[in-house]
Structures are given as structure tokens and as C-alpha cells.
Design a protein around this ligand. Structure first.
Ligand SMILES: [Fe+2]
Ligand SMILES: [Fe+2]
Length: 165
């Protein structure tokens, strides 16, 4: 068994679980405030992080380890959209940094499959970063109008009978 790889893969599971919990918490509160676009983005990203856990878990079990399903941090109870996006960006940067580092460590331990898995996850985390960065840029440019537009969009969708994401 490649013990170091299992340890790193489990650290990643813990961070991904924290991301799922945090993003779903953000989803609930964006939904509650009527910001459907952001609510949908947080929900879709949480689902992608859950699929990351699945890939990590499959690798851990292949290496004859076991999956520690414990989140690395508790959910922060943030309700302000700007603070949500700041935190999400911070989380994606830190995941991408960790996975780049852990890919190197797996490579040094002659575990090329775990290395490739971490590299594959970096691609997704950078895309998540980019999506959140675009939203914070919109918020900077359009301020309160950006949020007001999302609420208006919801009213239009409800009036047209289109379900929210
Ligand atoms: Fe992830
Ligand atoms: Fe991510």
C-alpha cells in the first residue's frame, strides 16, 4: 500500500467535503435571497466537488486504504454575497496549490496514477476559481444592480413558469 498517497488523497477528501458543505450552505442562502444565478453556480460546483470525492475515494480503496469521510473545516455562516465569493475564491486557490504540491509528492513516491488524478483536479479547481472570479468582477462592476438583476430574473422565470436551477 502506498501510505503517503492514501494520506494525501484523504486530506483531499477532507477539503472536498468542506467545499461541498460550504458551497451548499452558500447555495441555500443565495436561493433564500433570490439570487438564482449564484445559487445555481454554488450548487453545480458543490456537485462537482462531490464527484471529486468519488474519484479520490476510488483511488484510496484501490490502494487498499480506507476513506476518512471527515470534513477538514466547519462551515462558515456567511450570508453576504461578496464575502461568499471571496471565501470561495480563497478555497479554490488553496485546493489548486495543494493538489499541485501533492501531485509532485505522488510522483516522487512513484505513484503516477494518483499524480495524474491530482493534476486532473487542478484543472477543475482552476475553472471553479475562474467562474467565481468572473462573478466577483461583475459584482465590482455593477454593484447592487448585479444582485437586483438576479432577483428580477427570478421573478421573470417564475412568471414564465420556468423552474430555478
Ligand atoms: Fe474539488
Ligand atoms: Fe473547486
Amino acid at each position: 500500500m502506498k501510505e503517503k498517497s492514501v494520506e494525501l488523497l484523504n486530506k483531499a477528501v477532507a477539503d472536498e467535503l468542506s467545499a461541498v458543505h460550504q458551497y451548499m450552505y452558500f447555495h441555500f442562502h443565495c436561493d433564500d435571497q433570490g439570487y438564482d444565478l449564484l445559487a445555481g453556480l454554488f450548487k453545480r460546483t458543490a456537485i462537482e466537488e462531490m464527484l471529486h470525492i468519488e474519484k479520490l475515494a476510488e483511488r484510496i480503496i484501490f490502494l487498499k486504504g480506507d476513506v476518512e469521510m471527515i470534513a477538514s473545516t466547519e462551515v462558515k455562516k456567511i450570508h453576504d454575497v461578496k464575502e461568499m465569493l471571496d471565501m470561495a475564491i480563497q478555497m479554490e486557490v488553496s485546493s489548486a496549490n495543494d493538489y499541485n504540491q501533492w501531485a509532485l509528492e505522488c510522483s516522487q513516491n512513484a505513484d503516477s496514477v494518483s499524480k495524474s488524478l491530482f493534476e486532473e483536479l487542478v484543472v477543475d479547481e482552476e475553472r471553479h476559481f475562474d467562474q467565481y472570479d468572473d462573478e466577483i468582477e461583475n459584482l465590482r462592476k455593477f454593484g447592487e444592480n448585479y444582485l437586483a438583476l438576479q432577483s428580477i430574473e427570478r421573478s421573470k422565470n417564475i412568471a414564465a413558469g420556468r423552474p430555478a436551477d
